[in-house]
Design a protein around this ligand. Structure first.
Ligand code: NBG
Length: 833
């Protein structure tokens, strides 16, 4: 390639404000057929993105070329969810184009911030699992690993949440209404995905029994690619999202019968597969359309991987040497039987060879121990939809059960527990068991979680295959979750210790020494205050509600779930209200409690929590006695973008799940990095945050995993706690007798019933006294700003471990067999300044 760039090309690749401006103008005119005089903000936004895309294309192509030429091992991260959020800011940060683009926008009469806000989140995920996948893509590119995301291009991402009369209502998230300029459709990358039909045995020329999957129906999976740039290292990886489309030609026979409309209608049916993301966080609903989505993702992805592999390498026996496939949760675990099917039925390998390749290529991550989340597909559904796969799963299971017998002798109960097929009234395929048996590594997402899966849900498997189990504590990308969302803090840090932290987050430890530097600490605390004011301005503008920026910003943002115990903070907030009412003149440390989060549309209890929070908030916010002291606010439609605004403004991070139930959490890491104190239980990654920041710098309370078990074993009675704690009793009585819902006094009986009559499974009441005590500690600390910000800084300085760069490096070394790609010079080389 020529090294000189023609003027024309410079417009497309030049990194100065001038070329960027030219390119924006050119896109306005020649791509969008408008001009700067008439373009509206949407059009301007679109040409800005196309301009940024122009600056990614060369690196995008070159990166792929380099991988091909160097025969780099490729990592495929298959996930039903990628919660990537907005992409513009991130691309600019990673390309180092922030200032230039701002200047170009300004020159053209547009305000960058306003343009940035035009972008709708790509909300292709429910929560932590999908956001983790997005952070991983950023880290793989930044580390220079050949890592590719594979997912589904849903027409509708996670629903939009509105609050009406205090209740959650769901609206479709029509994010593609005007298309997205970030995705490149690849008409040449399209694969048939087959369903239904039957498995037909035959004997091949060599006299071997083989199977053909026949009489299938199919849809096509069409590739849409979104570039994933690394941080200032010239690497651009790829996120490939499949869209379902109809078979190429319409069925002509129906045309002849005059059924044109029916034929066209069938197109719609086919496209339904990629229509909508299932909005359930940890509740398995066994709907056939979801199973179709999962197979659609697996089948198209494996076809794509193998096509690429064959072009470069040929011999499939070497697949594990050049390819690693990570299944994000059990959702893509049909990869096990599908890879087996391809290797045997299409490539002609025998069982043993196929099995060896499959197990060595695949690995699987578990993200929860909650039993209601574990996927179990009815055998009857699989038999109908994927008959050949079911047959293979039965064979895998048969061989596996033989091994269990060899290993453990005739232990019938154990065999029943470990079987991939559970028997009973409705036999079903246990997708987690399939994943453990059919892959070479299974990982949990935090140390405690990995220990727990070894001891509980996967104990039998751990005893049989101890070497398969490994921990990979989650992480977050410092680019989005500090550099981008909290620019003032990022700039301050860089001015003090340089910018190496952006790719080596543990370098933040250098800030430890700053706690006694008064000037620095003043700047650090001023930034928090400014962030709070910025959030307050946003809330004021959007809701007309005035936040008290002198108060502790006490924030709990995450999916609404009983085990996450939003109820405990709601009860505590109501208790604070009662305290002020009882004693209006007593000193009070002001607090502003902020909630946000979506409830699964079918999760009645979680939806009731939202209504309760809003009812408590109404009571508080309309009571003049609370002025300057207590506020409570539920922000609607929680999203990645909203998180980016809330986290930098938080003083207090609520991580209060029942011990043993939150696999890791990743919001906890984001808050700590941005200098919020954590109040939390010894659950998930909180345990490791405690280890890193030190026990003086985090407020831990409540039952441990062992104590939870012990309490349940010895016979927990929530009534005892109700009777023993007058403050708690009063709030529960108020909830029960309609104090917060005078128009419908029994409105919250499902909630109080779960606490009392159903004995409080999530131990809200058991932990409440310790929680209220811990909150006192928070109040005391907050009254001593010097001490408070010291602790806050220790949090910022000491959570470097939770960079997703570290997580990914661990996967690369221990699971993917590509540790040798690390440190090969593809990483960011540091600022030249
Ligand atoms: C979630 C866990 C979180 C964890 C994320 C990412 C599921 C099934 N699991 O604790 O609840 O942080 O996964 O690993 O969504």
């Amino acid at each position: 390639m020529s090294t000189t760039v023609s003027k024309k090309e410079n417009i497309k690749t030049g990194m100065d404000a001038g070329s960027i401006k030219e390119d924006i103008l050119s896109h306005l005119r020649y791509t969008l057929a408008t001009d700067i005089e008439t373009a509206n903000k949407k059009e301007f936004y679109k040409s800005v993105v196309l301009t940024v895309m122009d600056r990614l294309h060369n690196s995008w192509l070159n990166t792929q070329k380099e991988y091909r030429e160097q025969k780099t091992k490729k990592i495929y991260y298959i996930s039903m969810e990628f919660l990537i959020g907005r992409l513009l800011d991130n691309a600019l940060v990673n390309l180092n184009l922030e200032q230039e683009l701002r200047d170009a926008c300004k020159d053209l009469g547009f305000d960058y911030e306003e343009i940035r806000d035009i972008e709708t989140d790509a909300a292709l995920g429910n929560g932590g699992l999908g956001r983790l996948a997005a952070c991983f893509l950023d880290s793989m590119a930044t580390l220079g690993l050949a890592g590719f995301g594979y997912g589904i291009k849903y027409d509708y991402g996670i629903f939009k949440q509105k609050i009406q009369d205090g209740y959650q209502v769901e609206r479709p998230d029509d994010w593609l209404r005007f298309g997205t300029p970030w995705a490149v459709t690849r008409p040449s990358v399209i694969y048939p995905v087959r369903f239904y039909g039957r498995s037909v045995p035959y004997t091949d020329e060599d006299g071997h029994l083989r199977f053909k999957w026949e009489n299938t129906q199919h849809v096509y999976a069409l590739a849409n690619d979104i570039p994933m740039p690394g941080f200032r290292n010239g690497v651009v990886n790829n996120l490939r999202l499949w869209k379902a489309t109809s078979p190429k030609s319409l069925d002509l026979s129906s045309f002849n019968q005059g059924e044109y409309i029916n034929a066209v209608r069938d197109i719609e049916l086919h496209e339904n597969i990629s229509r909508v993301l299932y909005p359930n966080d940890k509740i398995f609903v066994g709907q056939e359309l979801r199973l179709k989505q999962e197979y659609f993702l697996v089948s198209s992805t494996l076809q794509d991987i193998l096509r690429e592999y064959k072009l470069q390498h040929g011999d499939l026996r070497e697949l594990p040497k050049y390819v690693a496939i990570q299944c994000n949760d059990t959702h893509p675990n049909l990869a096990v039987p599908d890879l087996m099917r391809i290797l045997m039925d299409e490539e002609g390998f025998d069982w043993e060879t196929s099995w060896d390749i499959t197990v060595k290529t695949l690995s699987y991550t578990n993200h929860t121990v909650l039993p209601e989340a574990l996927e179990k597909w009815p055998v009857s559904m699989l038999r109908n939809l994927l008959p050949r796969h079911l047959q293979i799963i039965y064979e895998i299971n048969k061989r596996f059960i033989n091994k269990v017998h060899e290993h453990f002798g005739d232990d019938v109960n154990r065999v029943r527990r470990m079987s991939i097929i559970s028997e009973g009234e409705q036999p079903s395929v246990q997708m987690a068991n399939l994943g453990i048996v059919g892959t070479h590594k299974v990982n949990g997402v935090a140390a405690l979680h990995t220990d727990l899966i070894k001891k509980t849900i996967f104990r039998d498997f751990y005893e049989m295959y101890p070497e398969r189990f490994t921990n990979k504590t989650n992480g977050i990308t410092p680019r989005r979750w500090l550099k981008q969302c909290n620019k003032p803090l990022a700039d301050l840090i860089t001015s003090e210790i340089g910018d190496s932290w952006i790719t080596h987050l543990s370098d933040l430890r250098k800030l430890d020494g700053k706690v006694n530097d008064k000037k620095f600490m003043k700047k650090y605390s001023d930034i928090k205050q400014a962030n709070k004011e910025k959030l307050a301005a946003y809330v004021k503008e959007k809701y007309g509600y005035e936040l008290n920026t002198k108060a502790i910003f006490d924030i709990q943002i995450k999916r609404i779930h009983e085990y996450k115990r939003q109820l405990m903070l709601a009860i505590f907030t109501a208790a604070l209200y009662n305290r002020i009412k009882a004693n209006p003149d007593a000193p009070f440390v002001p607090r502003t409690v902020i909630f946000a989060g979506k409830a699964a549309p079918g999760y009645a209890m979680a939806k009731m929590f939202i209504k309760l929070i809003n009812s408590i908030a109404d009571k508080i916010n309309n009571d003049p006695d609370m002025a300057g002291k207590l506020q409570c606010f539920f922000l609607d439609n929680y999203s990645v973008t909203l998180a980016e605004q809330l986290i930098p403004a938080a003083d207090l991070s609520e991580q209060i799940s029942t011990a043993g139930m939150e696999a890791s959490g990743t919001g906890n890491m984001k808050f700590a990095l941005n200098g919020a104190l954590t109040i939390g239980t010894l659950d998930g990654a909180n345990v490791e945050i405690l280890e890193e920041v030190g026990e003086e710098n985090i407020v831990i309370f409540g039952l441990t995993v062992e104590e939870v078990e012990e309490l349940r074993r010895s016979g927990y009675s929530s009534w005892e706690y109700y009777n023993a704690d007058p403050e708690l009793k009063k709030v529960i009585d108020q909830i029960r007798n309609g104090f917060f819902s005078p128009e419908n006094p029994s409105l919250f009986h499902s909630i109080t019933g779960s606490l009392l009559d159903s004995n409080d499974y999530f131990l809200v009441m058991a932990d409440y006294p310790a929680y209220a005590e811990a909150q006192k500690k928070i109040d005391a600390l907050y009254q001593n700003p010097e001490e408070w910000f010291k602790i806050a800084l220790y949090n910022t300085a000491r959570v470097g471990k939770f960079s997703s760069d570290r997580t990914i490096a661990d996967y690369a070394t221990d699971i993917w067999g590509c540790g040798d790609q690390l440190g090969q010079g593809r990483e960011y080389q540091g600022s030249k300044a």
